[in-house]
Design a binder for this molecule. Structure first.
Ligand SMILES: [Zn+2]
Length: 317
């Protein structure tokens, strides 16, 4: 049976985990420039909103000045928060090193229906990819995540509950989203992930700090496929093949509310065509960095033992 779209993740409060290094130590390692960038972003936010004070007393010239400052400040903030390759709030990598390679990355899974179909296809084509899994979903379907890892793919952190307003999370919630996502992968696969991608690629002024604390590298993308919107596999295929060059990291999704049929239909042809162009498929990060030098999996810890010890919410959808 096809998975039905849910009504969103649980809004129940999640616990704060102990930080691995302590905030003070992490701030020391963060560096003055990194902290200054976050501080400048916060000042920009304050200055943009302070422009509203120009409206009192109201005159046309003061109104126009306030509109100009507010619009310009908001545009800059949106660029810093939304642009996938912007380095201001968090250093990130959007390409792989070798010019004759590309990396396929799949976000938002696992899906109980489409991720196994994708894994079958990848095994048939002998292609290894990177899965950015949502912690809550990974806890629901740990056997799928384990299978992906066992078959040579890379498992990376896509936060705990995929909050659509990720850039507005409180510091406590932001850190919990990162840590709980990492812990979910550790319980299932036996290692802490080394790669992170935020929901919708959204940034946060404190993201750089917390990723450093968690030992995570931010992996962005250079090709946005719009597989979440395109409903025709030929159009999706054409869009990707027209843009891909060596070194690209390609963003796809193995879990969509309406199913990933379009992507699954397009993918075999895309793989064959890119191979025909001499491109090889690589992971977006290293499995060795993830603490594994072989393809052998580690014993899976039952999720319920972690839930009991940290009082995690138990009903993801
Ligand atoms: Zn996502």
């Amino acid at each position: 049976m096809r998975e039905q779209p849910g009504s969103g993740f649980s809004r129940r409060r999640i616990p704060m985990l102990e930080c691995r290094y302590g905030t003070r130590g992490a701030f020391c390692r963060l560096g003055m420039i990194d902290m200054a960038r976050s501080a400048i972003f916060c000042l920009l936010f304050l200055a943009t909103n302070a422009a509203l004070a120009l409206l009192f007393p109201f005159t046309l010239s003061r109104f126009l000045l306030a509109v100009f400052i507010y619009a310009a400040g908001t545009a800059v903030m949106l660029y810093l928060l939304l642009h996938p390759r912007n380095q201001w709030l968090v250093a990130n990598r959007s390409r792989v090193e070798n010019a004759d390679c590309v990396a396929l990355t799949f976000d938002d899974g696992p899906s109980p229906v489409d991720t196994p179909r994708l894994l079958d296809l990848l095994r048939e084509k002998n292609v290894k990819v990177t899965f950015f899994v949502v912690g809550k979903r990974a806890d629901q379907y740990p056997e799928i995540v384990r299978r992906a890892w066992d078959e040579g793919h890379l498992i990376a952190n896509h936060s705990w509950s995929h909050q659509s307003l990720f850039c507005f999370l409180t510091p406590r919630r932001l850190r919990a989203e990162i840590e709980l996502g990492a812990e979910s992968i550790r319980r299932i696969c036996g290692f802490r992930p080394r790669c992170f991608r935020s929901p919708v690629g959204l940034r946060h002024p404190l993201l750089r700090l917390y990723l450093k604390q968690a030992g995570l590298e931010y992996i962005s993308w250079s090709i946005r496929t719009f597989d979440t919107l395109i409903e025709n596999s030929s159009i999706l295929s054409r869009r990707i093949l027209k843009r891909v060059t060596g070194g690209d990291i390609i963003l796809l999704h193995d879990r969509l509310p309406a199913g990933a049929d379009v992507m699954l239909e397009a993918l075999p042809g895309i793989i064959d065509e890119l191979r025909g162009r001499g491109l090889k498929f690589v992971l977006a990060g290293s499995r060795e960095d993830a603490g594994c030098t072989t393809l052998e999996s580690r014993p899976c810890e039952p999720a319920h033992s972690f839930r009991r010890s940290t009082k995690l919410p138990t009903s993801p959808r």
